[in-house]
Ligand binder design. Structure first.
Ligand code: 4AD
Ligand code: MG
Length: 464
């Protein structure tokens, strides 16, 4: 009888039938002349059994891991007492090699495992992707993006695609990748926020999933030079609305993932102890966070006026308490989030620490200095990762924005279109950006965001 062609993930309805499948040799075992091949095609895994004459050919005896094959046979439930992926196996009566792989002497088969040198793993990322963990992370990433889209659309946000080639900075000139654009300077985008803001009057609330680029010389677990940035912008909202919205989107997105059996299984595989965070998320003002850090003895490295770390007589950095106006650095932020053990909204950062476009809270009477001018800004911190979302309300007033450009030393002319938003019918609005790799690192309990990107880029690494 004719064999039905099928992907490995869709085999269950074809039990007891003749099927034709194709894929790569994921595992290989020869047991007394019977060859067991676990085949992989990206949609699933299938145990294939080669016995009798089909196991005695030259191809069968020289078969190697990662070779690509086509096989035809009868799909049978696995015998009692044995296990196989999907609960069935293919009893093969015809098969052929489509592309042989080098086998045991090859770098991939002999040198690659989770303990391999990280630079070898990075060079061979295209082969590492074939592993069960790497492919599970990327499958969860796809499910995560589609769940995010589902949640955002259900909140009436429209997806747009802003440009990557831009002539404006958003998050400070120091981390811009500059390029020559037909003889003009241009940058790779740091954030699509400014473009999203321009969409509000025509499209309403909007979001995008776009690559952002940061030339940060940070070799940390959570920094990439290129990362996937999910950003949203909402009109006619308050700061309170903004934080509630971020919390809803995150919780609904997790809910969607857990409702779907295949993504729920991926979370279970990668992060067996995953627990849905409870609502509402803890909210901690920046000023209270500074107090909290000092009460818990979490200090930071002292710096001189030029920003150089001050060392003691043994050459160790001098550690000091946090003061209002200090940045909460990655190490302190991480320790705080790990101790709290739950998602935390840190809000109300000093304007001196934050980007030019952020809306300021009114200066309190008796505030000692400019370090005490706060913004309607928030970062969402997750245990194990730290900051995964940065958001804020935006300056809606034209004069205030012009003053902000000036204070930051930004030439306002390339921003004319952004400024125009305040000229042609301004509105109270705000938004946020979420680092997809950081969120995934939290969700899948990965040590580094580098595992959460298809081909991660960090300082010095742009291959493969
Ligand atoms: O906090 P950031 O810099 O905020 C913005 O870019 C805003 N303009 C977003 C907005 O309001 N539309 O970046 C937002 C998030 C961070 O919280 C972090 O999760 C992620 O982007 N992120 C990075 N992820 C990986 N590698 C890097 N180098 C990142 N820099 C920021
Ligand atoms: Mg930030």
């Amino acid at each position: 009888p004719k064999a039905t062609k099928s992907k490995l993930g869709n085999l269950t309805p074809l039990r007891s039938q003749r099927v034709r499948v194709s894929g790569w040799v994921h595992r290989l075992r020869d047991q007394k002349g019977i060859i067991f091949v676990v085949l992989r095609d990206g949609t699933g895994y299938l145990q294939c059994v080669l016995s009798g004459t089909v196991a005695q050919t030259y191809e069968a005896l020289t078969l190697t891991l990662e070779s690509s094959l086509e096989l035809v046979g009868t799909l049978q439930p696995v015998p009692e007492g044995k296990t196989a992926p999907g609960g069935h196996e293919l009893v093969v009566d015809y098969w052929r090699v489509l592309g042989a792989a080098p086998g045991a002497e090859d770098a991939f088969s002999s040198r690659l495992n989770e303990k391999s040198d990280p630079s070898i793993l990075a060079d061979l990322r295209h082969l590492v992707l074939r592993g069960e963990t790497a492919s599970a992370i990327l499958k969860l990433r796809a499910a995560l993006l589609s769940s995010f889209r589902g949640s955002l659309v259900s909140h009436d946000l429209l997806e747009v695609t802003p440009p990557c080639l831009v002539q404006t900075q958003v998050e400070g000139g120091a981390t811009l990748f500059t390029l020559d654009y037909y003889g003009q300077p241009a940058f790779l985008t740091q954030s699509s926020q400014l473009y999203l803001e321009t969409c509000l009057p025509s499209l309403g609330d909007v979001f995008c999933v776009q690559e952002s680029f940061r030339a940060e010389n940070s070799h940390t677990r959570r920094h990439l030079s290129e990362y996937t940035h999910l950003e949203a912008e909402l009109a006619f909202i308050t700061f309170e609305d903004l934080m509630n919205h971020i919390e809803s989107i995150i919780c609904e997105t997790i809910g969607r993932l857990l409702q779907d059996p295949s993504s729920a299984a991926l979370i279970k595989q990668l992060n067996p102890n995953f627990q849905t965070p409870s609502r509402p998320f803890l909210r901690l003002s920046y000023v209270d966070a500074i107090k909290w850090l000092n009460e818990h003895g979490i200090q930071h490295e002292a710096e001189d006026a030029e920003g150089n770390v001050i060392k003691d007589e043994h050459g160790n950095p001098k550690m000091v308490d946090h003061a209002v106006g200090d940045d909460i650095a990655e190490a302190a932020e991480r320790r705080m989030t790990d101790i709290l053990g739950t998602p935390v909204f840190l809000y109300g950062f000093p304007a001196v620490l934050k980007a030019f476009y952020m809306k300021k809270m009114p200066k309190k009477e008796g505030a000692p200095d400019d370090n005490h001018v706060f913004t309607e800004s928030c970062d969402l911190l997750m245990p194990g990762v730290g900051e995964i979302v940065g958001g804020s309300m935006r300056i809606a007033d034209m004069e205030e924005l012009l003053a902000a450009y000036k204070r930051e030393g930004i030439d306002a002319s390339p921003y004319y279109w952004f400024t125009d938003q305040r000229k042609y019918g301004t509105c109270e609005h705000g938004g946020y950006g979420l680092g997809v790799e950081r969120f995934l690192a939290w969700l899948a309990n990965r040590y580094t965001v580098r595992e959460c990107s298809l081909y991660p880029r960090w300082p010095g690494r742009a291959t493969p």
